[in-house]
Design a protein. Structure first.
Length: 426
């Protein structure tokens, strides 16, 4: 950190410099915690939105994706912002196909084929909204909200604050650039901003597979597999994008790891249980809570034994159940899963015999279960009513547990299983 003489003329910066010198070179967390900076050495606090208990309750419902009742997180993170809100804009060839996909699948696609900072244009939100509305092509635009939710532009309330810090993704040909600024003056220009050095995007229509960037076409999966091998790529994601249509994302093959084989379900569950016990011991949790979390670890992925899940992962012969594919192996067949949530299956199979806290840890070890699951995640071997009752039971159980352990307490317990699962993935 460098201070010039000019900086030192500012009262707050001068106080900061004096404080740093008083620390005598030790700026460790322990030192700063023991000797916190004086108020006159700190920048002024922004005006923050008041966080009420009701706001926390609503924010804890992480599986409620699109609700006008949930407050925006931005105001709590950034405080009052004097500048007009801004929105990022990018162009992607796959937008028309993502609009045909389920929102969760489109979100998963954008998590894999991420829009990077150098691929975005930042513009005042009002300008972005006015240009899109004037283009008359709102139905061709995709929005990733600041919360991470992905929705068609036409389904989002077009108030300015709804688009603060959001990402608007346009298909090539909608709007354009003029002197580096978002404009409609070169409306119809064809360009795509994706950084194709990180991965390749493919579209399967029937038996044909098209490279979105270069229009390479193969006629069957064998040719496609040969192409991936020749270019040292592996297909890491496939999502449905309309009738008999898939978007496929392929990335360069990673360097081989010590363990290059599939991870089997029985071994994975044992490893996660051990990781969970190690974590709870290190955290000094009570023995009863430790046992409930360890039990959740044993059960959390049992739903992966579901025939559809195993078939989607390439195990259709009834052999040893797979938990995770080895790195670089053929893509998971998402169209077979069709939204099936393995944690909901795990939960439903254990619901009559296990403790409520164990069940909640199982339900929430990915992004769902707080407080519910989407209907497309149901186990289609059972009736709609059976699935609905299991979902309602999860909602009631979550509310009761959160009341008992508190908002932060329940989230803390759930995070232990998530951490153990991540550690077991290596």
């Amino acid at each position: 950190m460098v201070y010039t003489e000019k900086d030192a003329q500012d009262e707050r910066l001068a106080a900061t410099l004096q404080y740093l010198e008083a620390l005598k070179g030790d700026i460790s967390c322990r030192r700063v915690s023991k000797y916190p900076p004086p108020r006159d050495a700190c920048s002024q606090r922004p005006n923050l939105a008041r966080l009420h208990e009701r706001d926390l309750q609503l924010l804890s419902y992480t599986s409620v994706r699109n609700s006008q009742l949930k407050p925006s997180v931005d105001s709590f993170l950034h405080g009052e912002e004097s500048d007009p809100p801004r929105t990022d804009v990018a162009w992607r060839l796959e937008v028309p196909h993502l609009l045909q996909a389920f929102p969760d699948d489109a979100e998963e696609w954008l998590n894999a084929a991420r829009v990077l900072s150098h691929e975005k244009l930042s513009e005042h939100t009002e300008i972005v909204l006015d240009l899109i509305k004037a283009s008359g092509q709102e139905d061709k635009v995709l929005v990733r909200e600041s919360s991470g939710n992905v929705r068609p532009f036409a389904e989002v309330n077009t108030e300015v604050n709804e688009f603060r810090n959001a990402l608007v993704i346009l298909p090539p040909g909608v709007l354009g650039l003029s002197s580096g600024m978002l404009n409609d003056s070169n409306h119809g220009a064809e360009f795509d901003v994706a950084d194709n050095t990180r991965g390749m995007r493919f579209l399967r229509k029937g038996k044909r597979i098209l490279d979105l960037a270069s229009e390479l076409i193969t006629t069957n999966e064998d040719e496609f597999d040969d192409f991936l091998k020749e270019n040292k790529l592996f297909a890491c994601l496939s999502i449905e994008a309309g009738q008999d249509t898939e978007l496929i994302y392929a990335q360069p093959k990673p360097l081989p790891k010590k363990s290059s084989g599939d991870t089997y379900l029985d071994a994975h569950l044992l490893e996660v249980e051990q990781k969970a016990r190690n974590l709870t011991a290190a955290l000094g949790l009570p023995s009863d809570v430790t046992e409930l979390i360890a039990r959740a670890a044993v059960l959390h992925d049992t739903g992966k034994a579901h025939p559809a899940w195993q078939c989607a992962f390439g195990n259709s012969n009834g052999g040893r159940h797979i938990a995770k594919l080895k790195s670089g192996k053929r893509v998971i067949k998402q169209h077979i899963l069709n939204g099936l949530r393995h944690e909901f299956v795990s939960l439903a199979e254990a619901i009559s015999t296990e403790d409520a806290l164990t069940l909640q840890a199982v339900a929430s070890h990915h992004k769902w279960g707080r407080p519910h699951f989407p209907s497309r995640g149901y186990d289609r071997r059972k009736s709609v009513e059976e699935n609905r009752q299991a979902n309602l039971a999860n909602i009631r159980r979550f509310i009761a547990l959160q009341k008992n352990f508190g908002i932060w307490g329940l989230a803390y317990i759930e995070a232990i299983l998530r951490a153990a699962d991540a550690m077991a993935e290596g």
